[in-house]
Ligand binder design. Structure first.
Ligand code: NAI
Length: 489
C-alpha cells in the first residue's frame, strides 16, 4: 500500500514538475562549491547545490588532487621498497611487483570514501543536493536536468543568491586529440590500464611532474617537454633547478625550450614532434602514452551563461568584483572559473568568504598567502614571493637557507634531499616568502603561511621552540639563517 502511494507520488511528480525556491543555490559541488554550500547552510540559509558529475568533490576529489595523491603516495612506497629496503635493513623475500588493478583500486577507495563523506556533510548541514545539471533560463531561474535514473520532482530552481562554482577543465592542445587512452589528460593519466614503457609529457607544470613521477616510479621512461627554460610553472628559480635535479636523478628526462607542434596516435604508438627552440631544430619522439598537461581553463559548458550575458574575459574567466559579484550582483562566482590560482584550497577560501560577504557584508581571502604544493618526492612547497618577484619589485631582502642533510630527523629517516629557504625583509626580517623542497614540505609550509598571515618576522620563528627531532627544525634554522648563524650547519 505504502509502495503504491509512493509510486503514485513519483509519477505525478514527474508530470507536475515543479519549481523550487531556495535562499542560495550553488552550481558545482567541487571544493569551492561544496564548502560554500555548507557554510551558507551553517549561516542559516536554505541552501541547495546542483552538481552534474554524479559525485561531489569536483575535479579535485574525483580526478585530480585526491586520486593523484593516492597514486603518488603508493608509487613512492613501491619505489622505496624496491630501491631502499636493503639500506634500511629490510630484506624482501621474492620479487616486489606492482599489481596495477589493486593499485588503482586503492585510489578509487580513497576517492569514494571522500566523495561519499561530502554527501553526508550535506545531509548533516541540511544542504539540498540536486544530482543533475543546471543551466540559466534567465537571471533568476535555473533549469534543472536530473541525471539519468535520479528521481527528482523539481525541474527548475530559483534563489535569491546564485553562486557559480563550475571549476575548470584541461586546456586542449591545438591539433592534438585526447582519447584518454594513448593521448591523455590528467584524467586518463590516473587511470592507465597498464604501465607504459615510454611516456611523453607536454608541460613541466605541477600536473606533468606529479604524474610523470608516478609512472616513472612504476618503471616508465618519462620525457617531459617544457616550452619554458625551467620547470615547475612559477616556482622560485633556485627551487625549480633543484627540483629538476632530483627528478632527473629519479630517472625523468627533461627537454626544456621545447615547443611541441604535433602529437598523433598511430595504432598503439603516439608520434610527437617538437621544435628545440635553442637549437632551432625539429625533433621527434615516440611514446606509448602522451600526457597533455599544459594548464587548465575555466569551465562554463552547458550553463547557458550567454542567455544572461554573463561577463567573461578573453581567457574565459568570469569577471567578478572584490566581493565575487558578477555583472549580475545576485550572481557571484568563485574558484577556478574566475581569477586567481587554480587550486582547491584557494576555491575553498573563496567558498567561505562568499557566504560571509552575503551574511555579514565582509569576507576574507589573502591572495598573497595561498600556498602551492607539488607532491613529488621530495615535495616542493612555497608561499609568498619568490626571489625573482622580489627583485622585480625592487624589494630588499635577505635569504636564509638550511639543508635537510643537516637535520637530524631527515638523517634518521634517510630522506635528506632538499632545503628550506626563507626570504625576509632586509630591514625588519618580516617573512616575505618561504620555499621548501624536501620531505613533508607540503605539511611544513603551513607554518610559513601562518607567519605570513600574522606578519611574523623570521626572528619570531627562530625564537619559537620547535620539537626535536623534527623536520620542522630545518624550518626554524632556515629562519634563523636570515639574520644569524645556524647552529647545526
Ligand atoms: P601549469 O600551468 O602548472 O603548467 C603547464 C606547463 O605547460 C607550463 O610550464 C607551460 O610552460 C607548459 N606548456 C604550455 N604550452 C606548452 C607547449 N606547447 N609545449 C611545451 N610546454 C608547454 O598547468 P598544469 O600542470 O596542467 O596544472 C593545471 C592547474 O592545476 C595549475 O593551476 C596547477 O597549479 C593546478 N594543479 C595543482 C596541483 C597541486 O596543487 N598539487 C596538482 C595538479 C594541478
Amino acid at each position: 500500500m505504502l509502495r503504491l502511494t509512493q509510486r503514485r507520488l513519483f509519477s505525478s511528480a514527474r508530470i507536475l514538475a515543479e519549481s523550487k525556491k531556495h535562499d542560495v543555490v550553488v552550481i558545482g559541488g567541487g571544493p569551492g562549491g561544496y564548502v560554500a554550500a555548507i557554510k551558507f547552510a551553517q549561516l542559516g540559509y536554505d541552501t541547495a547545490c546542483i552538481e552534474k558529475r554524479g559525485k561531489l568533490g569536483g575535479t579535485c576529489l574525483n580526478v585530480g588532487c585526491i586520486p593523484s595523491k593516492a597514486l603518488l603516495n603508493n608509487s613512492h612506497l613501491f619505489h622505496q621498497i624496491e630501491h631502499e629496503s636493503q639500506k634500511r635493513g629490510i630484506d624482501i623475500a621474492g620479487d616486489v611487483k606492482i599489481n596495477l588493478g589493486n593499485f588503482m583500486k586503492a585510489k578509487d577507495t580513497a576517492v569514494n570514501q571522500l566523495t561519499g563523506g561530502i554527501e553526508m556533510l550535506f545531509k548533516k548541514n541540511g544542504v539540498k543536493y540536486y544530482k543533475g545539471a543546471a543551466s540559466f533560463i534567465d537571471e533568476k531561474n535555473l533549469k534543472f536536468t536530473p541525471l539519468e535514473g535520479v528521481e527528482e520532482s523539481v525541474d527548475s530552481v530559483t534563489a535569491d543568491h546564485i553562486i557559480i562554482a563550475t571549476g575548470s577543465e584541461p586546456t586542449p592542445f591545438p591539433g592534438i586529440t585526447i582519447d584518454e587512452e594513448r593521448i591523455v589528460s590528467s584524467t586518463g593519466a590516473i587511470a592507465l590500464k597498464e604501465v607504459p614503457k615510454k611516456m611523453v609529457v607536454i608541460g613541466g607544470g605541477i600536473i606533468g611532474l606529479e604524474m610523470g613521477s608516478v609512472w616513472s616510479r612504476l618503471g616508465t621512461e618519462v620525457t617531459v617537454l617544457e616550452f619554458q627554460n625551467s620547470i615547475g610553472a612559477g616556482m622560485d628559480a633556485e627551487v625549480s633547478k633543484a627540483t629538476q635535479k632530483f627528478l632527473t636523478k629519479q630517472g625523468l628526462k627533461f627537454q626544456l625550450g621545447a615547443k611541441v607542434t604535433k602529437g598523433v596516435r598511430e595504432g598503439d604508438i603516439v608520434k610527437i614532434e617538437y621544435e628545440d627552440t635553442k637549437k632551432g631544430t625539429t625533433e621527434s619522439l615516440e611514446a606509448d602514452v602522451l600526457l597533455v598537461a599544459v594548464g587548465r581553463r575555466p569551465y562554463l559548458e552547458g550553463l547557458n551563461a550567454e542567455v544572461i550575458g554573463l561577463d567573461v574575459d578573453k581567457r574565459g574567466r568570469v569577471v567578478i568584483d572584490s566581493e565575487f559579484k558578477t555583472n549580475h550582483p545576485h550572481i557571484r562566482c568563485i574558484g577556478d572559473v574566475t581569477f586567481g590560482a587554480m587550486l582547491a584550497h584557494k576555491a575553498e577560501e573563496e567558498g567561505i568568504a562568499v557566504a560571509e560577504y552575503i551574511k555579514k557584508g565582509h569576507g576574507h581571502v589573502n591572495y598573497a598567502n595561498i600556498p602551492a604544493v607539488m607532491y613529488s618526492h621530495p615535495e616542493v612547497a612555497w608561499v609568498g614571493q619568490t626571489e625573482e618577484q622580489l627583485k622585480e619589485a625592487g624589494i630588499k631582502y635577505k635569504v636564509g637557507k638550511f639543508p635537510f642533510i643537516a637535520n637530524s630527523r631527515a638523517k634518521t629517516n634517510m630522506d635528506t634531499e632538499g632545503f628550506v629557504k626563507f626570504l625576509a625583509d632586509a630591514e625588519t626580517q618580516r617573512v616575505l616568502g618561504c620555499h621548501i623542497i624536501g620531505p613533508n614540505a607540503g605539511e611544513m609550509i603551513a607554518e610559513a603561511g601562518l607567519a605570513l598571515e600574522y606578519g611574523a618576522s623570521t626572528e619570531d620563528i627562530a625564537r619559537t621552540c620547535h620539537a626535536h627531532p623534527t623536520l620542522a627544525e630545518a624550518f626554524k634554522e632556515a629562519a634563523l639563517s636570515t639574520f644569524d648563524k645556524p647552529i647545526n650547519f
